[in-house]
Design a binder for this molecule. Structure first.
Ligand SMILES: NC(=O)c1ccc[n+]([C@@H]2O[C@H](COP(=O)([O-])OP(=O)(O)OC[C@H]3O[C@@H](n4cnc5c(N)ncnc54)[C@H](O)[C@@H]3O)[C@@H](O)[C@H]2O)c1
Ligand SMILES: [Zn+2]
Ligand SMILES: [Zn+2]
Length: 340
């Protein structure tokens, strides 16, 4: 039995280096030698012991790029190819899968939660979950394909039209990526609220209009900036009750709210207030394969520049430090590990 290094989730707020058996590919899988793997909000949820499906010890990490070490089965890929992994695993049998909507599979699973992921030297990946990394796109940047795909999906599910005013509540990695995507989609004003000076500063540097929700009244500010009308499209990406209230207040009459957040506790939503303004509410889950391909293209062509999102690159040995950094939104945005 060959062993490999892995960064393991062991218990609530306890991650450390350890060893796992080096996985052996089954038919239809590739062994991927991980190049870069990012920490996501979902990994933070596991880290805080709040994820019902995570079993210890677990090599988390669903946002990763790597190089194919071996292939078991028929594939267009070759050993040595650089790849990025689309981490969703669908059942292929439920009504969503049969309708070609496998991203909302009834039994959706994720590499890095339901099986070991990218916080390890190697991991096995079904061949149909691999995407080639185009020349000119670095392995580090490619590791952000997954959060970029979340933003692509959110904006494509919105009714955003050229010239629209957009409000984004929450300027974490997902909110800011939605901001960049909204810019590409032709939005006029893109107003991002957050409470962290570091993230507000990032938003400004990305050319978005940032408002400090601790200092100003977000609803008044957005009303004022839109001639009293409100935002055409509101993205809720903070996951709080406060922003769930604001999203309705700042939406224009017949506007659209896109809820991207996964709430730790489901918020109360004022449906009566939505009714009077005839607001539509859309939710989003993950991304389709097409969204993932678009995300890779947007990065490869330079349409979306992800370099400013990477706040830290660490060897996997510093897994505990990586999680401590991500605990504080005032010092980090996206931490990437390099397991090899
Ligand atoms: N729909 C999906 O498939 C999907 C995929 C990925 C992430 N998500 C969800 O999207 C959300 C954002 O993800 P992220 O990785 O950017 O998370 P994050 O925690 O880094 O970002 C949330 C941001 O909201 C800010 N915030 C907190 N309170 C606020 C307030 N009152 N007003 C304005 N901003 C406030 C925080 O400072 C932080 O910057 C999370 O809820 C996450 O679970 C959903
Ligand atoms: Zn993620
Ligand atoms: Zn299914």
């Amino acid at each position: 039995m060959t062993m490999m290094k892995a960064g393991l989730f062991l218990a609530e707020k306890n991650v450390a280096m350890g060893e796992l058996e080096k996985p052996i590919t089954k038919n239809g899988e590739a062994l991927v030698k991980v190049s870069f793997a990012g920490i996501c909000g979902t990994d933070m949820m596991i880290y805080f012991g709040k994820h019902p499906r995570a079993k210890v010890p677990l090599a988390m990490g669903h946002e990763f790029s790597g190089v194919i070490e071996n292939i078991n089965g028929e594939s267009e890929f070759s050993v040595g190819d650089r790849v990025v992994v689309e981490p969703t695993l669908s059942c292929g049998k439920c009504e969503a899968c049969l309708a070609g909507q496998s991203h909302v599979c009834k039994n959706l699973k994720l590499i890095g939660i339901d099986k070991h992921g990218g916080f390890a030297e190697y991991t096995t990946v079904p061949l149909d979950r691999l995407h080639p990394i185009p020349d000119g796109l670095s392995d580090a940047h490619a590791a952000l394909a997954e959060p970029v795909a979340v933003a692509v999906h959110a904006v494509r599910r919105s009714n955003l039209k050229v010239g629209d005013n957009v409000a984004i509540l929450g300027g974490g990695p997902i909110g800011l990526l939605i901001g960049l995507m909204a810019k590409r989609a032709g939005a006029d004003q893109i107003i991002v609220s957050d409470i962290s000076p570091y993230r507000l500063d990032k938003a400004k540097k990305l050319g978005l209009f940032a408002i400090d929700a601790k200092e100003v009244n977000v609803t008044e500010e957005i009303k004022q900036r839109t001639n009293g009308v409100g935002a055409d499209v509101v993205f809720e990406v903070a996951g709080t009750q406060i922003t769930a209230n604001q999203m309705i207040e700042i939406s224009r009459i017949q506007g659209q709210i896109v809820v991207v957040s996964v709430y730790k506790q489901s918020p109360l939503i004022d449906i009566a207030a939505m009714h009077f303004k005839e607001i539509s509410l859309t939710t989003t889950r993950c991304y389709s394969r097409g969204d993932f391909e678009k995300a890779i293209r947007l990065m490869a062509t330079g349409m979306v520049e992800v370099a400013p999102f990477i706040s830290h690159e660490l060897p996997l040995e510093e897994i505990a430090k990586g999680f401590e950094l991500m605990e504080n939104p005032d010092v980090s945005l996206k931490v990437l590990f390099q397991p090899n």
